[in-house]
Design a binder for this molecule. Sequence first.
Ligand SMILES: Cc1cc2nc3c(=O)[nH]c(=O)nc-3n(C[C@H](O)[C@H](O)[C@H](O)COP(=O)(O)O)c2cc1C
Ligand code: SF4
Length: 623
Amino acid sequence: MADPSTDAIPNVAGPDPAQDAAIREICARHGDDPHRMMDILHDVQARFRWISPASMESVAAATGLTRVAVEGVASFYAFFALSPKGRVTIRVCDDIIDRFAGMPAVRAAFEAALGIGLGSTTECGAVSLEETPCIGLCDQAPAAMVGDVVLTRLTPERAKEVARALLAGARPEELVCDGFDGLAPHAKATRQVANNIRLAGNVLLAPVPDEAGLRRTMAIDPAAILDTVEASGLRGCGGAGFSTGRKWRFAAATQAPRRVVICNADEGEPGTFKDRVLLTERPHLLIEGMTVAARAVGASEGILYLRGEYAYLRPLIDEVLEDRRARGLLGRSILGAEGFDFDIRLQMGAGAYICGEEGALISSCEGLPGEPKTRPPFPVTQGYLGLPTVVNNVETFCHVARILDRGADWFRAMGTGGSHGTKLFSVSGDCARPGIYELPYGHSVAELLEMSGGEDAAAVLVGGPSGTMIGRDAFDRHLTFDDLATGGAVIVFDGSRNILEIVEYYMSFFVHESCGYCTPCRVGNVFLQKAVAKFRQGLANQADIDYLRDLSATIIETSRCGLGTTSPNPILSTLENFPLVYSAMIKPNPDRLRATFDIQSAIDGARKIAHRRSYIHDRDFSE
Ligand SMILES: Cc1cc2nc3c(=O)[nH]c(=O)nc-3n(C[C@H](O)[C@H](O)[C@H](O)COP(=O)(O)O)c2cc1C
Ligand code: SF4
């Protein structure tokens, strides 16, 4: 059954008055504001299934931008389609965990049942089939997005059923369960995805009293909130581990007409899914934490940036925001406090891992391509629209609300050394009990493996691909900022896995996700991936090990943002901890990798592999 709303208006590439009028109406709904470009493009795509050249002209005219600027945004994000798509797009998750869990057979079943390959649309226009990196469901792989719905633990049989149902006109929602539409938004989310909470700790997943942290906040002045958060020792849970209290102090101390609080719910690091669980289980606690932050730094505007892969959580978050406005917990004079005005808008991402980097996230919120910003200035002094901006991870905000309720000492007493409180670990891969474990900092990897049934592990990747891969001899190392830091991901691999296959996969991930702004990251990672492939094929020689190290060092030193400075980590940590994996693949004869090195063809290859169409980046090549 075709969607009548998309059939009413012709879906044309060229100028069309009816389409132009519909797009003008969409833009008007967003105040013709170029900073709302992400919302506008999402709506245009939802209406017409793709963003045609004519649509871009209409959007440009309405928002006062050039067509080139609109295309620059539309072409940056993987979920915006620049060619016609089917009524429903299936995006199978291409993460390595999904591959190991059987995704190749599931994908083949989709292809066979739909009669198309990846990147194509069925002739009848019903379904497009694509693949996408980690969608945050490694604990229930193989998984896929079907429109905005997610399907987990797929089998080839289920894939065939889903494909046939979609071809027969079913809506994605109908594939989840009967009566989906009758469920509350919250139930819609939990019916699709298991939260797999294996261990609830004392802070975030323990029973949480309603608004206790926010009420306590209202009883003290903003300076005392800053003191409490700083004294708790809380460090950011998104990966970098910066002191939350200190970050807030910088923002509060910067003179400005307005300040902004942004929640980073982009959660794109492969193997990480703890924010997904917090968004589902603790959405009120998250918004409470953001509101505490607003009170502390004097912010009036909030943005919750939700990754496009979590679109199925949007109704839940919208409902929570509405509920809080109705209860006086958001909006004007929060809890009756004159002058405490703070509200939050939900900003949907559109399939770009780099948007988790805070500068890129801010760019995306501003309606721009998700490119990191040059630092300094740092967001705390000049962030969103040039205003002082606090960006924190979902888990960090949830912690804040609990700290305000229970006090800094309570939180500081948990954990160890410079790592206070608890942490949510997303455990996946070759273990019997994948899921979420809330533990105080300081447990060893071996202890976590025992809890999760991963005793057969031969390698564990702590912190996702930008983290560290360790072997059995290092399982007694500790999960802390000072030893093995992680934003949450702990990925378990047993002895049957090929380390070089894993490394090559993660390098291909970074190649795909590089925003393309700087040459070392855009091109260097392609070379690294190719060099790893050479080891896998048994074609490398001793000099290639030096080559891997040298090129990695160059990329780390010269890249502008954290993606480039961490992208060689899968190689560096396996060279360090699994040297035999490389030396065993070295062939006796010297190879000519560098002798045959041709910069232009390598750059062309990089461009092709990175799928980046932006003409903005092309300038770099000739400069
Ligand atoms: C490539 C890249 C991706 C990132 N992805 C995320 C993410 O998905 N979620 C997140 O909270 N932080 C992510 N970060 C870290 C953010 O830049 C930022 O440090 C964090 O949101 C700050 O919040 P916190 O202090 O509460 O950790 C990423 C960083 C980089 C370099
Ligand atoms: S390091 Fe990579 S992701 Fe970061 S700005 Fe440069 S090209 Fe973009």
